[in-house]
Design a protein around this ligand. Sequence first.
Ligand SMILES: NC(=O)c1ccc[n+]([C@@H]2O[C@H](COP(=O)([O-])OP(=O)(O)OC[C@H]3O[C@@H](n4cnc5c(N)ncnc54)[C@H](OP(=O)(O)O)[C@@H]3O)[C@@H](O)[C@H]2O)c1
Length: 216
Amino acid sequence: MTDHENLLVFGGTGQTGQHFTRLALAAGHRVRVLARTPSKLTLADDDLEVVQGSIDDDLDLDALLDGTDAVVMMLGDAAAQRERKVNTALVRRLVPAMRRSGTRRLLYQAGGLSAAPGTRLPAVLRVVRGTLARGYVGQHEDNEAVMRYLDEEARDLEWMVHRAGIGSDGPSKGELQRSSRRISIGTFVDCASYTLRALADDTAVHTCDGSSYRRG
Ligand SMILES: NC(=O)c1ccc[n+]([C@@H]2O[C@H](COP(=O)([O-])OP(=O)(O)OC[C@H]3O[C@@H](n4cnc5c(N)ncnc54)[C@H](OP(=O)(O)O)[C@@H]3O)[C@@H](O)[C@H]2O)c1
């Protein structure tokens, strides 16, 4: 990735997405956001384009991807995901559209309570997922289905998954780094900053890692 890429963002009005969109614009990227409610994005920038729509719509993905270098997905709707794997349904339509348009790179934000393909969460996280976080089980199952699909059917694309651990929308607590072993409880702004850096990290391609704060 160069400094001036065209990014297509899903979830740009969300808690991570708002920070990500602001940071990406500040870094010199052009950002197209698909948003159900465009007014939620309070940013004004010549390099920001907001397209009104829902991932439940029959989206014109070819038009959304036109001119796009990379796609970033920070999508979540726990109630909808309890009923249906809405993100997986979108990714299954998006990947063929990315192939058609020649868009190579995709970053998908999942959660630390979503297990990477072929792995099991540590026992303590399995307990958290089944108790404190049980309202989000559908979201994690959807995220896991997305990871499986990318791993099994989309290795021709440069996808990467960030299994984020987020605790609050407080100020920055430091710099998150990719980690296959540790997941820190970060803030949304740190997570968004990590996501922007990860997008340009070729070594993150085909990984489903978490992120942790630098020790010390
Ligand atoms: N929140 C956490 O503590 C946490 C922790 C770890 C990982 N994660 C993961 O990070 C990802 C994003 O989380 P987040 O908390 O940043 O998101 P969020 O604040 O819940 O926002 C979700 C975003 O998805 C958008 N969205 C949902 N359904 C949509 C639809 N049908 N069409 C278009 N857009 C839709 C929302 O748009 P609207 O503004 O229109 O609702 C919003 O922009 C999720 O995969 C989640 O599992 C979250």
